[in-house]
Design a protein around this ligand. Structure first.
Ligand code: GCU
Length: 356
């Protein structure tokens, strides 16, 4: 046995190619059914359910074709909706290369309101022919335990049993509805991208919404792409004690008890198959546990192999900074430095999407 299989065997992670009733998952038709079971499991035990769609309107507040020497069209908009429980709205921004068609597009859940000028290097993205639809997660609903603000008041937790990650996913799914209405967007190349807690949100959104062709999860770590069993980084206890509101209360029972989880994070990556997922780790980001992130890509690969596709294609050794694995349907890179979403990462994700 080589390095990867030995490490996976040590962790004793559950097999996702088995139905809840114990029968094996053997073909493509089985996979679609099993995928739904996995999503239900992760919803019930970790993230909660993403609330259903409601009709919405878009109010355009700003449109400008004057940015970056007119190579960029920028807009600022408000998405508004009503549910039986109340009114919700949030702002989003769009950045598209001026006058282009068939534009591959990122739906970007941003960490900060002013992200285009740091975590989102707009000019470089536009120069590669991509567009971005961006919303700031904490405006959608605050990044804390208050479930009365933003869209949370219209989508009550008591009714929908969701944590904040699922609420942010709901918003990203509405941005996907909006992207479907833009005739210059290449609908076969819509990716979601997010960093860290929003990398977790990215994986969960794309798992649920099959209109996304790609998930680009940056440094998502614990409760994102990193295997929880035997982690040397953040644990379920640590994340749940600080951020219980990202999840549902059912997740708490796995604190210091990861081995009892009927899943591990490779279930989440696998539930995106056959669509493509690209993850990234940073060598100084020990909290996210880079090797547990890499191993999880390997543990998810059997979902693709069942469908006759390649999962991750990689060397059988621990990753080192500079490694990039883009041959299969699961992409992964490990870079130098620490916890951030850099231009280097964006370029890697665009390389991966360009190839596919
Ligand atoms: C904290 C948290 C991580 C999370 C990170 C982030 O460090 O423990 O799980 O990924 O914040 O979102 O930057």
């Amino acid at each position: 046995m080589g390095y990867i299989q030995e490490e996976l065997a040590k962790r004793n992670i559950p097999d996702f190619l088995v139905f809840n009733d114990g029968t094996p998952v053997t073909d493509k038709a089985d996979w679609e059914k099993r995928r739904k079971e996995i999503i239900d499991l992760l919803a019930n035990e970790m993230y909660g359910h993403i609330p259903p769609a409601f009709p919405f309107t878009i109010e355009e507040k700003v449109f400008s074709d004057k940015h970056l020497g007119r190579k960029l069209d920028y807009s600022q908009n408000i998405l508004k909706f009503d549910t039986p429980y109340g009114h919700g709205e949030f702002t989003f921004h769009t950045f598209f290369p001026h006058g282009k068609t068939n534009v591959p597009t990122f739906i970007f859940m941003a960490f900060k309101p002013n992200e285009p000028w740091n975590y989102c290097p707009v000019e470089s993205i536009i120069d590669r022919g991509y567009g971005v639809i961006m919303a700031y997660h904490a405006e959608i609903s605050s990044d804390d335990g208050d479930f009365t603000n933003g869209i949370a008041s219209a989508l009550p937790r008591e009714v929908y049993n969701c944590g904040k990650i699922s609420l942010w996913s709901w918003a990203a799914t509405r941005l996907m509805d909006y992207a479907q209405t833009l005739d210059f967007v290449d609908k076969t190349k819509i990716a979601m991208i997010g960093h860290s807690r929003l990398g977790k949100t990215t994986l969960w959104t794309v798992a649920n919404d099959t209109r996304f062709s790609f998930a680009c999860a940056n440094c998502s770590g614990c409760s994102g792409d990193a295997l929880a069993r035997d982690t040397v980084g953040e644990t379920v206890e640590k994340i749940y004690n600080r951020f219980p509101y990202w999840f549902v209360p059912a997740y708490e029972k796995y604190k210091n008890n990861e081995s009892s989880m009927p899943f591990d994070q490779h279930f989440l990556l696998a539930s995106i198959a056959p669509r493509k997922v690209c993850t990234a780790a940073a060598v100084l980001d020990a909290w996210a546990d880079p090797q547990a992130q890499f191993l999880s890509c390997n543990a998810a690969s059997p979902a693709y192999e069942l469908l006759g596709l390649k999962g991750i294609v990689c060397d059988d050794r621990p990753t080192v900074p500079g490694d990039t694995y883009h041959e299969g349907n699961i992409g992964h890179h490990l870079r130098h430095h620490g916890h951030t979403l850099s231009l280097y990462d964006w370029n890697k994700y665009m390389d991966f999407i360009d190839k596919n």
